[in-house]
Design a protein around this ligand. Structure first.
Ligand SMILES: NC(=O)c1ccc[n+]([C@@H]2O[C@H](COP(=O)([O-])OP(=O)(O)OC[C@H]3O[C@@H](n4cnc5c(N)ncnc54)[C@H](OP(=O)(O)O)[C@@H]3O)[C@@H](O)[C@H]2O)c1
Length: 322
C-alpha cells in the first residue's frame, strides 16, 4: 500500500513507546523510524524497543539527520513538557516538512504563557506548510476539549468546575516523582518552591477552556498542596487553578494525583442554564488515553490547513481503532 502515512516517533519514554506501539497497529500508519537521544535506545531497531513488528525502522539520536533522511509526513512527539525546551525539536520537524502531534503540555494552548514562541512556531508551520498540535488526555482533552464540548448544551455558562482525581500508585515512576509521592513535608515544600513541580498544563487547560467559551480571564492563580500519606510522607499533591473574569471566579480546576486517592474520577460541573454535570467514575486512564488521542488526532491534523493549532481548532477527534 503506498498511501499509508509515513510517521516517525520522536521520544521513546513510556508515553512515546505507548504512542508508537499504537501507531504501529494502525493499518493507515507506516511507522518508519524513531528519534531518541537515550543511549539505551539510539541506534537500535524500533521494533526491538517496542516489542512489535516495525520492519527495518531504526531509532536515531540526531533528529535533523533522521527527519531529513526519512521525510515523514507526521512526527508523533513526546520528549518534554516545557515549550522553550522542545521548540527546536518542533522547528526541526516543521523544517523537514513534517506535521506534528505532540504531548508537550505547554504546546496544548501556548498563546497565553508563550505568545512570542507561539507566533514563531505558527510562522514556521505556515512557511513549511505543516500543522502543529499539542494534545493528550490532560491537557488536551478531559479538562478542556471535553468541557467545551459539554457547554454546547448550555444556553448560558456562569462557572465551570473541573476535578480530576488520579490514583498514581499504579502509574509510571516519572508521574509519581512529579507529584511528590514519598517526599517529607520539608522536601515537598522545597520542591514546590524550586518550580517545575506538579502537573504541567493545568493553566493551559483553563486558558483553552476560557477561549472555547469566549471568556477573557482577569487572573489565573495556581496553588499546590500536599496530600498526606503514610508515615507523614506525601502521598501526592493537589493542584488548583482558579480563574476569574469580571471580578468573579468562573473556573476552578483541581487535579489531585496521589497514591490510594479516594474515588478517582473525572468530573465536569457547569453552573449555567441548564446546569450540566458529568462524572467519569474511575477517571480516564492517562497513559493509554494519551496514546489514543495523539494517534486519533493524526487524520485531523493532516486535513487541517498549515499553522499552530489547538484541539479547539479541529473537528471532534474520534477513535480510529477497530
Ligand atoms: N498532554 C498530556 O496529556 C500528556 C500525557 C502524558 C505525558 N505527557 C508528556 O509527554 C512527555 C513524555 O512523557 P514520558 O513520561 O514518556 O517522558 P520521558 O520518560 O521523559 O521520555 C522522554 C524521552 O524523550 C527523549 N528525549 C528528550 N529530549 C530529547 C531530544 N532532544 N532528542 C531526542 N530524544 C529526546 C528522552 O531521552 P533521555 O532519557 O535521553 O532524555 C526520553 O527517552 C512528558 O513531557 C510528559 O509530561 C503529556
Amino acid at each position: 500500500v503506498t498511501d499509508r502515512i509515513r510517521t516517525v516517533i520522536f521520544g521513546l519514554g513510556p508515553i512515546g513507546a505507548g504512542i508508537a506501539t499504537l501507531a504501529a497497529s494502525r493499518p493507515d500508519i507506516d511507522l518508519i523510524g524513531g528519534v531518541d537521544s537515550a543511549p539505551d535506545k539510539a541506534g537500535r531497531s524500533l521494533g526491538d524497543i517496542l516489542g512489535v513488528e516495525t520492519g527495518n525502522a531504526r531509532v536515531l539520536d540526531d533528529a535533523s539527520a533522521a527527519l531529513g533522511e526519512l521525510r515523514p509526513q507526521v512526527v508523533l512527539h513526546a520528549t518534554g513538557s516545557y515549550l522553550p525546551d522542545v521548540q527546536d525539536q518542533l522547528i526541526a520537524c516543521a523544517r523537514a516538512g513534517a506535521n506534528v502531534v505532540s504531548t508537550c503540555e505547554e504546546l496544548s494552548y501556548p498563546w497565553q504563557r508563550h505568545p512570542d514562541l507561539a507566533k514563531k512556531l505558527d510562522a514556521e508551520a505556515r512557511s513549511n506548510g505543516v500543522t502543529l498540535l499539542g494534545t493528550g488526555v490532560n491537557p488536551g482533552f478531559v479538562m478542556d476539549t471535553l468541557a467545551v464540548a459539554l457547554s454546547a448544551a448550555c444556553q448560558r455558562v456562569e462557572r465551570v468546575t473541573l476535578t480530576r482525581v488520579v490514583d498514581v500508585s499504579q502509574r509510571r515512576l516519572q508521574l509519581q516523582r512529579k507529584v511528590g509521592m514519598g517526599l517529607s513535608l520539608d522536601d515537598f515544600r522545597a520542591s514546590v518552591g524550586a518550580g517545575r513541580f506538579g502537573h504541567v498544563g493545568l493553566a493551559e487547560s483553563c486558558w483553552m477552556l476560557a477561549r472555547g467559551l469566549g471568556w477573557t480571564l482577569d487572573s489565573l492563580d495556581e496553588t499546590i498542596e500536599l496530600v498526606a500519606g503514610e508515615g507523614g510522607l506525601a502521598a501526592g499533591m493537589r493542584q488548583t487553578a482558579t480563574g476569574t473574569a469580571n471580578g468573579r471566579t468562573v473556573i476552578t480546576a483541581t487535579v489531585q494525583m496521589s497514591a490510594a486517592a479516594e474515588r478517582p474520577r473525572d468530573e465536569i460541573a457547569i453552573d449555567g442554564a441548564p446546569p450540566v454535570r458529568m462524572v467519569l467514575e474511575g477517571g480516564i486512564q492517562g497513559d493509554s488515553a494519551t496514546a489514543a488521542i495523539v494517534v486519533n488526532a493524526v487524520p485531523r491534523v493532516l486535513a487541517h490547513e498549515p499553522g499552530l493549532v489547538t484541539m479547539l481548532d479541529l473537528p471532534v477527534v474520534a477513535s480510529r481503532g477497530a
